[in-house]
Design a protein around this ligand. Structure first.
Ligand code: LLP
Length: 427
């Protein structure tokens, strides 16, 4: 996480001390680096350009669920990004942030009629359809509106992404997509429906993938299908390989974005030359974590140190409601002291104030700390704030975006009164 480094004894976001940010905005706080987000996106954009692709032949559709703050979406929209959404709410966020609806793709297994209507009324680029029932529903909704819906089928290629079972999505037993063996028949159904226009094919096999072999295996299966579809006169104009590239949380060595895209484009280009006389196919990506994951930290303050016979606890003011990943996936996040002390270390579990034993952020960490010290929970830019809840009536954290040595408050801290403002007492 090179945008979070020690300068003059203090952990900084870009060139601003996290201690200064804590003084100004309080804790817990999500702190993001604008430079890191930009670099994360540009790794994809540059690899597309290096492969000779322009906006017409490659599109990065940032996966909004990973970090959906308007300022983050606005920054990415300005860089030229498209967006992968999974709800009407995410669509409205992207539009509010200035995103181009013509670069939005809509994934998800449970799209409602209202969400379909909303997306059609804004003219999004494509619906990634995940079932036969959804095809029929979308056809009816589009017909009622007098429009034609552009669609792609999310194919489940039955590839093992070799990642945590909760974030693996491309196996037969997962709820996602149309089974590979049913894909041809489902495309035939789609092609025959009058208010649908088949434009693409997509997949997303899982998240936090460290190796690109499963992704390239999934690509080969999509290629096979595209050729079979062409033989039936169904021409696929875009191929969406999904997101999924992992990041370095602890000591992982994920494949570099450029290397993966280089291999992917080489394979696609060779196939297009061999079978399609070089006719291009537009390639879409849906990355989330690999763009924002290491672009953010969760800044928290130690409220109490509680030594114990079995364990020592550092009780901090952030909790599982702020960062769910450890409780939910036993995920590992680095913990750094913002103003490191010299002295002897002790081993601590870093836990929050929520009334659950599962409320931990890090376990068995060697720390030299005192009450009142600030800690940064690292690699929290993706699936941090977006998965936060109000459990224990805890307002969600502030979000701050750092640009050089300037901080911008991009989401205020939630107040308790806001948390129950929609509730009603009955007589
Ligand atoms: N496209 C689709 C259809 C997805 O379902 C996802 C993530 C992505 C793209 C983006 O994947 P990425 O590039 O970020 O790996 N909450 C979990 C991750 C859940 C991922 C869900 N889908 C976590 O904290 O690890």
């Amino acid at each position: 996480m090179s945008d979070f480094s020690y300068q003059h004894g203090a952990l900084c976001a870009e060139n601003l001390s996290l201690a200064t940010i804590a003084d100004e905005f309080g804790t817990p706080a999500y702190v993001y680096s604008r430079a890191a987000i930009t670099r994360g996106y540009m790794a994809y954009a540059d690899a597309c350009r290096d492969a000779g692709r322009d906006a017409g032949t490659a599109l990065v559709c940032y996966s909004v669920k990973s970090n959906s703050n308007l300022a983050v979406l606005h920054l990415l929209a300005q860089l030229g990004s498209g967006f992968d959404i999974v709800s009407g709410g995410e669509l409205l966020r992207v539009l509010a942030a200035g995103g181009n609806p013509g670069k939005i793709i809509f994934s998800g297994v449970g799209k409602t009629r209202a969400e379909m209507q909303l997306a059609l009324s804004h003219g999004i680029a494509c619906f990634n359809v995940e079932s036969v029932s959804e095809l029929h529903r979308l056809n009816r909704v589009a017909g009622d509106m007098g429009v034609v819906a552009p669609i792609s089928l999310r194919v489940n290629p039955n590839v093992d992404a070799k990642t945590h079972p909760y974030i693996s999505t491309g196996l037969k037993e997962n709820k996602f997509g149309v089974a590979f063996d049913d894909a041809l028949a489902t495309y035939r159904t789609a092609a025959a429906l009058p208010h649908l226009r088949v434009t693409g094919i997509d997949c997303h096999i899982g998240s936090q993938l460290l190796d690109d072999a499963p992704l390239l295996e999934a690509l080969d299966k999509l290629i096979e299908l595209i050729d079979q579809l062409a033989a039936e006169g169904i021409v696929i104009a875009h191929l969406d390989i999904g997101g999924g590239l992992g990041i370095d949380y602890e000591a992982e060595q994920p494949v570099a974005v450029g290397a993966y895209l280089g291999r992917l484009f080489a394979r696609i280009d060779a196939w297009r030359v061999a079978r399609w006389q070089g006719a291009p196919v537009k390639v879409l990506f849906e990355p989330g974590r690999s763009i924002v994951g290491n672009a953010g930290v969760l800044l928290t303050r130690i409220e109490y140190l509680k030594p114990g016979s079995e364990k020592n606890f550092a009780i901090v003011d952030a909790a599982m409601n702020d960062l769910m990943r450890p409780a939910m996936y036993q995920a590992w996040h680095g913990v750094e002291a913002v103003l490191p002390r010299s002295g002897t270390t002790a081993t601590y579990d870093v836990v929050g104030p929520v009334c659950e034993s599962g409320d931990w952020l890090a376990r068995s960490r060697a720390l030299c700390v005192e009450e009142g010290d600030l800690l940064a929970i690292m690699s929290a830019g993706a699936y941090g704030m977006t998965m936060a809840s109000n459990y224990n009536t805890r307002g969600r954290a502030v979000e701050v975006l750092v640009d050089g040595n300037v901080s911008h408050l991009i989401r205020e801290r939630e107040l308790p009164e806001q948390l129950f403002a929609l509730e009603k007492i009955i007589s």
